[in-house]
Design a protein around this ligand. Structure first.
Ligand SMILES: [Zn+2]
Length: 384
């Protein structure tokens, strides 16, 4: 079986999250990091019986030179957070990261300077729209003021230090983002305000309001040619998976005014990966993120996702990521297995006569690094 060796290619991680400053040290806490289930039993017991968790443990036994789950947890507990990040990021040859700052909470995250020094990776950040909107709803005293503040927020995004937006509408009111009348948006704002008065904060589950604010952000993104990442598909059960298919984004993808806004469909859209591959093959501004640590799936299923993507999407539209968060091991295993999976699918394409060896190597480099470097303007401060 032909496989393209990509082990020397540095990766740019197109979608991931901050590492927590204080790493947890117990086996139960460690296990709970590798499931999206909120169920206590699933988090402490069943998770250990997944293909992903077993592979993670076996891989880390090799990395730390120990045997068994408990020893893995002990080996990492002996290191400081900076040491862990340094060893794992450098071993995985991660050259850049695109961080969604919305999770984990910034106060728990490792300091950015400390992270970039330890990891050696270049860092760009995305603004998580719904979190920012929620804060502005609480801070505003009228609908007009809210709209004004949102316009300010999205007015000069690169100038404010962000390389794009991230939306978790899939976790709130679904991806079928609509246009609402002014009256509907105001009524929805009144509902949100009622939640603020009752609880002091708001979770933006008010669809006409959230959709209206998202459109303000998308108009600004299109003007600034800013990428917008969308959570799609798999996540914790807060996501209604029925409303999180990428096909629900049709309104946004069909909108002529948004053609200059790159739309990045996250997590390979798993389990809707064929739908995601299709969209990135027909919409010029749709890109597919191929994520290799989250969802927590087997190597065979990562191959299926990658095979479906490469079957139809231009290689210029595919980008590698880990979706790692909180612990550096997720970034590490994604880079290691992502290179292997992409190399293996490229090998199949060569064997089948779809690609020559040089085409395959070039495609692998673009997916692992080149496409994201260009999209997020690493180094230059602008997209080029
Ligand atoms: Zn994520």
């Amino acid at each position: 079986m032909t496989s393209i060796d990509l082990s020397d290619v540095p990766v740019v991680d197109n979608h991931c999250h901050a590492i927590e400053a204080v790493q947890r040290t117990g086996v139960a806490e460690w296990r709970a990091l590798f499931t999206e289930s909120p169920d206590a039993g699933m988090r402490s017991l069943e998770v250990a019986d997944t293909a992903f968790y077993r592979r993670l443990t076996r891989s880390l036994e090799g990395f730390y030179g120990v045997r068994g789950e408990e020893e893995v947890v002990r080996a990492r507990a002996r290191r400081s957070t900076a040491e862990l990040v340094g060893e794992l990021f450098r071993d995985a040859n991660i050259r850049g990261v695109v961080i969604d700052t919305g999770y984990p909470a910034p106060e728990n995250a490792m300091d950015v300077r400390e992270f970039t020094e330890a990891s050696g990776a270049e860092y760009v950040a995305l603004l998580r729209l719904e979190v920012a909107f929620q804060e502005l709803v609480v801070a505003s005293s009228s609908f007009e003021e809210l709209v004004e503040r949102v316009r300010d927020l999205v007015g000069d995004v690169r100038g404010s230090g962000f390389a794009g937006f991230k939306s978790i509408a899939a976790y709130r009111t679904g991806l079928a983002i609509e246009r609402w009348s002014d009256a509907d948006a105001r009524a929805s704002y009144a509902d949100a305000l009622a939640e603020v008065s009752a609880t002091g904060s708001v979770r933006l589950g008010y669809k006409p309001l959230l959709d209206t604010l998202l459109h303000l952000a998308f108009e600004a993104a299109a003007e600034q040619e800013l990428p917008v990442q969308f959570h799609i598909g798999y996540g914790d059960p807060d996501v209604d998976l029925r409303a999180a298919s990428p096909l629900e984004l049709r309104n946004i993808l069909e909108e002529p005014a948004y053609r200059s806004m790159p739309v990045v469909l996250l997590h390979g859209c798993w389990p809707y990966f064929r739908e995601g591959a299709y969209l990135s093959s027909v919409y010029a501004n749709a890109y597919l993120d191929l994520s290799y640590a989250v969802p927590f799936i087997s190597v065979a299923e990562m191959k299926s996702m990658t095979r479906a993507a490469m079957a139809v999407a231009p290689f210029s539209k595919l980008m590698y990521s880990s979706d790692g968060s909180r612990v550096p091991e997720l970034s590490w295993i994604a880079a290691r297995d992502g290179r292997r999976v992409i190399g293996s699918i490229l090998g199949e394409l060569v064997e089948d006569g779809d690609l020559g060896i040089d085409d395959a190597r070039d495609a692998g480099e673009r997916i692992l690094r080149g496409n994201a470097l260009r999209m997020y303007g690493f180094g230059s401060g602008e997209r080029g």
